[in-house]
Design a protein around this ligand. Structure first.
Ligand code: C5P
Length: 234
């Protein structure tokens, strides 16, 4: 595993567009995330290509299904050589435990992470679903289920990381999308923080898509974010 704290979301429609960006960056600069758009458009070959180039790959397919189906899907993901994969915590305890069985807890070789509440979901959205918890309370509840099932950590927003870190300790991975540099708009994300705020509040890895991929100069933007992170780490 390289030591970069940035995971770039390769949300591109085709392999050639994704590789146009990938060919300009080094595995030491960032990790890469393959999500639903790229995976559905290109298939699993894209993951193997990125792994063969030396990148740590986060397969962000957010599995949520019956326990047996999730177990088998997680096994297939591990066979692709991914560094990290995720499932939805809302799938419940039995599904979380089935996933853990499929992905052995072997240190940092394959990290199994559960999505709590999407960073595009607000307190009002939860109310509209009929859920009386606030986003932070819902995240804490789902994180507890995730920890009880022995998973390696959660996807959350950087608004919840301080409380999560206090409750679950420093070994529990906190992965935060919803990252926006100060001068960039939120798009559809609602619970956002800047890269330095997210790092200072305890995030292990920042997932960043459009601020980089839709920049006029994606590599320069990525390096600027890396510098911002390093300035607060030092
Ligand atoms: O473009 P942007 O930086 O908003 O991209 C965020 C990425 O992180 C997207 O690929 C999205 O699917 C993913 N993600 C998220 N919220 C989560 C889990 C994953 O935004 N809770």
């Amino acid at each position: 595993m390289n030591d970069s704290r940035i995971i770039v979301a390769l949300d591109y429609p085709t392999k050639s567009l994704a590789m146009e960006f990938v060919d300009k960056v080094d595995p030491g600069l960032c990790k890469l995330k393959v999500g639903k758009q790229l995976f559905t458009g290109c298939g699993p070959d894209i993951v193997e290509s990125l792994v063969n180039k030396g990148f740590d790959v986060f397969l962000d397919l957010k599995f949520h299904d019956i326990p047996n189906t999730v177990y088998e899907a997680c096994k297939s993901a591990v066979n692709l050589g991914v560094w990290m994969l995720n499932i939805h915590a809302i799938g419940g305890k039995e599904m979380l435990c089935a996933a853990r069985q499929a992905v052995p807890a072997d240190g940092s070789k394959h990290l199994l992470i559960a999505v709590t509440v999407l960073t595009s979901t607000s307190d009002q959205d939860l109310k509209d679903f009929g859920i009386s918890y606030s986003a932070v309370d819902m995240v804490m509840k789902l994180a507890q289920m995730t920890a009880d099932a022995g998973l390696d950590g959660v996807v959350c927003s950087a608004h919840e990381t301080v409380q999560l870190r206090q409750t679950f300790g420093k070994e529990f991975y906190l992965i935060t999308p919803g990252i926006r540099p100060a001068d960039i708009n939120a798009d559809d994300q609602k619970r956002i923080k800047t890269p330095s705020e997210a790092i200072l509040s305890g995030s292990n890895f920042l997932v960043i898509g459009r601020p980089v991929t839709q920049s006029n100069d994606p590599v320069a933007t990525l390096i600027a974010i890396k510098d911002e992170i390093e300035s607060v780490l030092n």
